[in-house]
Structures are given as C-alpha cells and as structure tokens.
Design a protein around this ligand. Structure first.
Ligand SMILES: Nc1ccn([C@@H]2O[C@H](COP(=O)(O)OP(=O)(O)OP(=O)(O)O)[C@@H](O)[C@H]2O)c(=O)n1
Ligand SMILES: [Mg+2]
Length: 414
C-alpha cells in the first residue's frame, strides 16, 4: 500500500499557511489490512480510518457516483485498483486535488499549483456537480483567500447547478455550517458575491439577495446601494476579529431595506421593524443558534437607536438599555454595540471615523448597572412602584455619570 497526504493540508502548505488537519489517502489496501494494522474504522458508509496514535484520517482511495437525491444517494467504490488519480479526480477544486507522497513529491494531475499561482478556484471535473455543498465551499474559499477568483467555467457550472434546483435540496444544518464558516473568514463579502453571481444567494438567502442595488440616501451612504454597505459592514466586522454572533448580526441588520416600497426610496422608513420577520425567517430556515438569532434581532431592531445615542436623554438611554436586556445580559449588549459600530464604520470613508456612541452607551450601562435594584426594592414601601423606582434610580445614576461626559450638551441632561 501507498499513503499520500491530500486535500487542504497540501494546499495550505503550498500557500505557506499553517496546516489545520491532515487527511491521507491510502492506495492499494483494503479495510481488512487497515484494521489489521491497527487503524480504527469510522463510519459505515465510507472506508475511512483513524490512525491509532495521531488520530489523523486515512481514507482508502475511492470513487463516488451519485445515484439519487440527497446525502445518501451515493455509491462508493473503494478497492485496491482505485488509483490516486481516480481519487483526486472526484474532488472539488484543482487546488484541493493535489497529493504529496512519502518523499515529498507533489502529485498534481489537474494543475492545482498553476491555479494557486494564478489565484483561481477551478473545479476538477464534472463530478463537482454531484455535491451542491461545493458551491458554498467555493464561496467560502473566495472569502478566505485574498484575491482569488472563480474560474468562468466553474461559475457557469455552479449557475447550472442552481438552475437545476441543486441548492434547494441542501439540508439546513449543512448550509448553516458553511455560511457560518464563511462569515468567520477574512473577507465574508466575497462569499456573498460569489453566491450572488451564481444565483445561490437568491435561493438560500433571498432576504440578502434582495438588498442588491437598493438605493439609500447618498449623504449617509456615499458607498451606494444597500448590498455594498452590507458588504463593507461585514468586512469591517471581520477586520476587527468580531465573533460569529456580531458578524451574523451585521449580515442581518438592514434586511428591512430590501422590502421598502420603491416609492419611499432612497429612504427606508421603519426598516428596523420590517427587518424583524425577515431575520426570524432566516433563523428558522437554518436553525441558527439562539446566540446568533438573539443578537441579530436586537441589532435589527435597535441599531438606529444607538446611532442616535448622543441625542438621547438619560431616561431614553435607560429605556434602550432595558429594551436591549443590558441589565441581565451586559456582554450581549456590548456585542450589540460592536455590531452598531461596524454598521457606522461600514460606509465609504467612515472606516476610521469616531463612534462616540459606543463609549457613551458603555458608560450609561455601567452607571445604570451600578444601581442595586434589590436595595431599591427593599426600600420601596408600595411594592407596585418597584419597577418605576428602579428605573428612576438608574436614570439618576446615568444623569450623574453623564455630567462628566464632555460629549453631551447640557440640554441632554434634563
Ligand atoms: N464537498 C467536498 C468536501 C471535501 N472535498 C475534498 O476533501 C478534502 C478535505 O475536505 P475538508 O477538510 O472538508 O476541506 P479542506 O479543503 O481541507 O478545507 P478546510 O481548510 O476548510 O478544512 C478537500 O480538500 C477536497 O479535496 C471535496 O472534494 N468535496
Ligand atoms: Mg481540511
């Protein structure tokens, strides 16, 4: 038998990037031989084994053929006569279809090195079309690797797959897994662009696709239409190293602008409220984790309130804190503020601009949270007045702390 390192590790090594996981292909062996050598078989469907010491994955060279719809509609053929080239030819992209043998010799039958040098994401062959997840993978690699483009013939193939309804058959968990990974890459906007170009975004996230070309007031948004703004917001969040929750909230924050009646353009009255059912629909569709869902809802609903924080009086600031659940969930409220800051800076020429609303809201939250609500409750004789008294105490605390904030004018302190 012969063992080769394949896939992502080879690609990343050639790019000079750290290798994350090692996948090996074994040629000329059998399950019985692998087990006899101490490898542990994992999964009944595929001939994949774990190395007894390193835990790395070793797969018998195999060919796959789609026999029906969905995930189980595959027939796998693994036998000692399947060659390394056979195995590489069923893989998605040329840059993922290279192997290295035990003498560090590179086997590259599909021009993966040339495509790496030219920064091209190109499919290996017609087998690409057998797995629609690959459309999402291509979009994700475009978001990860700076300057990579999708080969025209690959884009055409992906478009054909979308038209054939292939992405509609994807299970929600897989879509979320790929989308969330793409959001965590260096330039998430590239994922959206690639998905848009092949038509997959319209199928998977029509709410986001709909933002394309929608006008906004130029004075606030010199970058132009909503989708460009959305892309800048996302990429700024990525540049800051924001969490998945913050990045997802950024992706969702302006969905309401996609359903503004065109008579109102370029204004978007109540896009916050209009966006909420759309955010819910996306989250339901992909069973989005509640941490992402909650922050996205909060951000959609209240981001413009935070933008106006400098004009809010203490009473309104406390109400915003309370609506944002800042007393019970201060960490989440801080992530909400981060998303608001990404929104403000994700505009042409605004990336470096000050966003004093962030510090102001943190200051207000700290002051309001310093109120001992239990103590206020204990000292309130008529228990029906407790919520009101707590609110008043918080307002007083915010007011006192605001007196030290030079950003605020006297009239805001009343
Ligand atoms: N839908 C898929 C998934 C995987 N592969 C192949 O299996 C290898 C390993 O898959 P995986 O670890 O999921 O992806 P990587 O390419 O290693 O990317 P990542 O860095 O995200 O792990 C890929 O390189 C590719 O050759 C494929 O052809 N089609
Ligand atoms: Mg990998």
């Amino acid at each position: 038998m012969k063992i080769y390192l394949v896939g992502g590790a080879v690609r990343d090594a050639l790019m000079g990037l750290p290798m994350k996981d090692y996948d090996y292909v074994v040629v000329g062996s059998s399950p019985a031989e692998m087990v006899a050598k101490g490898y542990k078989q994992v999964g009944a469907d595929f001939p994949v084994f774990l190395h007894p010491y390193t835990g790395d994955e070793y797969a018998l060279a195999r060919t796959e053929r789609k026999t029906g719809a969905g995930y189980h509609g595959f027939s796998v053929y693994a036998a000692p006569d399947v060659t390394l080239e056979d195995d590489l030819s069923r893989r998605d992209l040329t840059i993922n279809a290279m192997a290295v043998d035990d003498r560090d010799h590179i086997i590259d039958p599909f021009g993966g090195q040339a495509d790496l040098a030219a920064k091209v994401l190109r499919h290996v062959g017609p087998a690409f079309a057998e797995d629609p997840v690959r459309i999402l993978r291509v979009a994700r690699f475009a978001a990860r690797y700076d300057g990579f483009s999708v080969a025209p013939e690959t884009m055409a193939l992906m478009r054909g797959m979308v038209e054939a309804g292939e992405v509609d058959a994807l299970v929600p968990e897989r879509v979320w897994q790929e989308l969330s990974r793409g959001l965590m890459e260096a330039k998430p906007s590239r994922m959206l662009e690639v998905l848009f170009e092949c038509g997959a975004l319209h199928r998977l996230l029509p709410e986001v696709a709909r933002l394309h070309g929608v006008p906004q007031p130029l004075a606030h948004h010199p970058e132009g239409p909503v989708h460009i703004h959305n892309n800048l917001v996302l990429d700024y969040a990525a540049k800051c190293g924001a969490s998945l929750e913050v990045r997802f909230a950024c992706l969702m924050h302006d969905l309401g602008k996609g359903v503004t009646p065109s008579e109102s353009w370029p204004s978007h009255p109540d896009h916050e409220g209009l966006g909420l059912p759309l955010v819910e629909a996306v989250c339901d569709r992909y069973k989005v984790p509640s941490s992402c869902r909650e922050l996205a809802m909060l951000t959609c609903r209240y981001h413009t309130h935070v933008h106006r924080a400098l004009e809010l009086r203490p009473g309104s600031l406390v109400k915003l804190l309370s609506n944002g659940d800042a007393f019970r969930r201060p960490e989440r409220f801080t992530e909400f503020l981060q998303a608001c800051r990404c929104d403000a800076r994700g505009r042409a020429g605004k990336e470096e601009s000050a966003y004093p609303q962030f510090d102001l809201m943190v200051q207000a939250m700290t002051a309001a949270r310093s109120v001992n609500a239990g103590e206020v409750a204990k000292n309130t004789e008529n228990k029906a007045f407790i919520p009101e008294r707590i609110h008043e105490a918080r307002v007083s605390a915010v007011k006192a702390s605001m007196r030290q904030n030079p950003l605020l004018k006297e009239e805001h302190l009343v």
